[in-house]
Design a protein around this ligand. Sequence first.
Ligand code: FAD
Length: 307
Amino acid sequence: SVVERLADPYPGPIPFSVEFFPPRDAEAEARLWRTARTFERMNPAFVSMTYGAGGTTRDRTVRIAGELATETTLLTVAHLTAVNHSIEEIRGLVGAYADKGITNLLALRGDPPGDPLGEWVKHPQGVQYAEELVTLINELGDFHTGVASFPEGHHRSPNLAADTGNLVRKLRAGAEYSVTQVFFDVEDFLRLRDRLVAADPEQGAKPLIPGLMPITSLATARRMTELSGSKIPAEVESRLAKAAGDGPDENRAQVRAVGIDLCTEMSERLISEGVPCLHFCSLNFAKATSEVLERIGIDTRGALVGA
Ligand code: FAD
């Protein structure tokens, strides 16, 4: 399981993990495989595959996550959402993952398809909150579940205390760890960790894994944070904007260099704060994340030879 992997003796400065998303077509799938093989040589603690809203993407997601789990040495975590699913369908999906040897699942409510910030409508035979999903999955067998956490608070939570309360409930329901939304201000992460430990020391002892993303395009970073209701701190934005020049990505190479600097600085700070793992949203590319990993002292040589 993820938690067991994090407890294993690790040769480098810190365990890391990588997030993929389901590729849209054959070409994107080939790239995902190259990326996965590159990371495989760097021995990540786990990789995870996000879960989309559309029907055909969903079938492909299950197939590809299953192939990652069976054809590579990567511990594969499958994300699973409650969007447009009845409880029966969720049971079927969990079973389909189990058939492929995937027993590590990240239980998420998901966002309304189309407009992630729009109104959430529960499937009439479905579940309302991720907490129920954790319970449902754990009733189905010997699964290991993780959940989402939010350094800036989830955009639907009325305040940070309520948001922390929800995380505590999900962990008490049986989630073994949480992975945070991507953030760009380490202080937000540290405050979440403090809130969680203060709210429930036992649940606060479970791994709280920071979600990171090396920014390689200012436009993409802005869009991503808008969609998730989070923010880029003014100081980070101004460093990136200065590198970008006149347009948001006028000078791509410099934006990328600053993005990698920022992610490296955040990683180093988080390591010094004793986090259990660094989770990188790779967007299915290996290069930017590998550069950060190399700079924080993870042995990427095996990977670079074949990259
Ligand atoms: P929940 O924990 O259910 O919380 C949703 C909201 O409801 C929160 O505001 C919470 O405070 C509130 N709430 C919960 N319980 C109660 C209650 N009993 N009473 C009142 N309010 C309550 N989305 C995808 O579609 N696919 C993915 O693969 C995916 N992967 C993700 C991975 C990570 C690491 C993260 C951080 C997010 C991911 N998301 C993904 C996005 C996620 O689905 C959304 O952020 C979603 O809006 C919240 O999901 P959740 O599981 O945190 O929901």
